[in-house]
Design a protein around this ligand. Structure first.
Ligand SMILES: Cc1cc2nc3c(=O)[nH]c(=O)nc-3n(C[C@H](O)[C@H](O)[C@H](O)COP(=O)(O)OP(=O)(O)OC[C@H]3O[C@@H](n4cnc5c(N)ncnc54)[C@H](O)[C@@H]3O)c2cc1C
Ligand code: SF4
Length: 339
């Protein structure tokens, strides 16, 4: 049986009180939202906080509201289950769909958007028990000096595995953070960095307060596609977020395509996006555009043997999931997954 290490649980009742606790206890403290990732990670000895600061009773982190400019502001403590069905979130199908496919139903009832945005990267050599990791000699990300994915590699390439991250990137989200130095805002694009040890530009003692998404255009179309071993619960083997605006003539503008579960940071498929931009979806040539977009995404995306699932198979699935997700966005369908 895996046991939790000893820790003190605190339940501050305001954002200031939570920030003060995190500042006072420094490295020894960690925030907890739903706990669906932090608790298993603590049982595996990946994190050993002496103090766990629950965000459950912090009112500033709760609530979903429409902003003055027609966008949405989503509190970090919004559960994944409520995000998936919230009426205002349905205007952004890619986000509602990504949330609906995270983990399983019970986990979505307690797991939060904030915890998902802040999720640790994953690797099959890291998300293991202490005993297992010790037998292997640990790895660069925790307690060791070697990477078992890239032999001789000096950088951790554990995979970004949070499904809302590519969805929010494709929607141009902005993160509201608060910390000991005050409040700041950062685009989600700038927030994620290509370092599997910590793939977030987060500072000591900082909390994610809310996520803001701009108003969708009238012709907004988007969808999320997810490949996973068991459709009922697993982390992504591949995640594809696709979003664009369609004008009255059926021409695509403001296209975005973000693929995740490859490396430490979700990947923007730039060449594929360039091919989508300005494409006439009503024209005869659109089938050829879809094929070219899928091929360009495959060329750019290189899954690694960092998470379970054969990486060459995952690469072959890139064009398949890009094609299906693009079609789903166009047809206002989705999500793309299997049961
Ligand atoms: C069986 C299983 C399957 C899963 N499948 C998926 C999946 O398919 N896709 C997926 O994306 N995830 C998956 N997860 C992971 C997890 O359930 C989700 O990512 C969930 O959204 C995490 O949210 P949480 O509130 O439980 O986070 P927690 O576990 O409470 O926290 C996660 C991390 O974020 C930090 N944190 C939390 N809130 C804040 C905040 N407001 N500010 C700063 N830091 C914060 C915590 O300190 C911790 O480091 C799975 C988990 C399990 C156990
Ligand atoms: S990618 Fe390498 S360093 Fe990072 S967790 Fe996996 S084995 Fe460890």
């Amino acid at each position: 049986m895996l046991r939790l290490p000893e820790f003190t649980l605190t339940r501050p009742e305001s954002l200031d009180a939570a920030l003060a606790l995190l500042k006072e206890h420094g490295d020894a403290a960690l925030p907890i939202a739903g706990g669906t990732d932090l608790v298993p990670n603590m049982k595996h000895g990946l994190f050993e906080p002496k103090m766990v600061v629950s965000l459950a009773d912090v009112p500033e982190l709760h609530g979903v509201e429409e902003t003055a400019d027609g966008g949405l502001r989503i509190g970090a403590m919004t559960t994944l289950a409520s995000l998936a069905v919230h009426e205002s979130v349905q205007r952004y199908p890619v986000l509602a769909q990504a949330a609906s496919l995270i983990a399983g139903p019970q986990l979505r009832e307690v797991g939060t958007l904030g915890g998902n945005v802040m999720l640790d990267t994953r690797c099959q050599w890291y998300n293991q028990t202490y005993f297992w990791r010790k037998a292997l000699g640990y790895c660069l990300k925790k307690d060791g000096t070697e990477c078992h994915v890239v032999k001789g590699g000096k950088k951790c390439v554990a995979a970004a595995s949070n499904d809302t991250a590519p969805a929010l990137m494709s929607l141009g989200a902005v993160l509201e953070l608060a910390g000991p130095e005050g409040a700041r805002e950062v685009t989600i694009d700038e927030f994620y960095v290509a370092d599997g040890i910590v793939n977030r530009d987060v500072r000591q003692g900082e909390l994610l307060v809310a996520v803001r998404i701009p108003a969708p255009a009238a012709g907004h179309r988007s969808a999320y596609g997810k490949l996973r071993t068991r459709g009922s619960i697993d982390f992504p083997l591949l995640g594809v977020a696709c979003s664009f605006d369609l004008d009255a003539a059926g021409v695509i503008a403001n296209a975005d395509l973000v693929v995740t579960a490859l490396q430490a940071r979700p990947t923007r498929a730039r060449k594929a996006i360039a091919l989508l931009e300005g494409a006439d979806t009503s024209g005869e040539g659109f089938e050829a555009v879809i094929a070219a977009v899928a091929a360009a995404a495959r060329k750019q995306c290189h899954p690694l043997p960092n998470i379970p699932g054969d990486h060459e198979y995952r690469r072959e699935m890139v064009p398949v999931y890009v094609t299906r997700t693009l079609r789903a966005a166009l047809d206002e369908g989705g999500p793309v997954h299997h049961i």
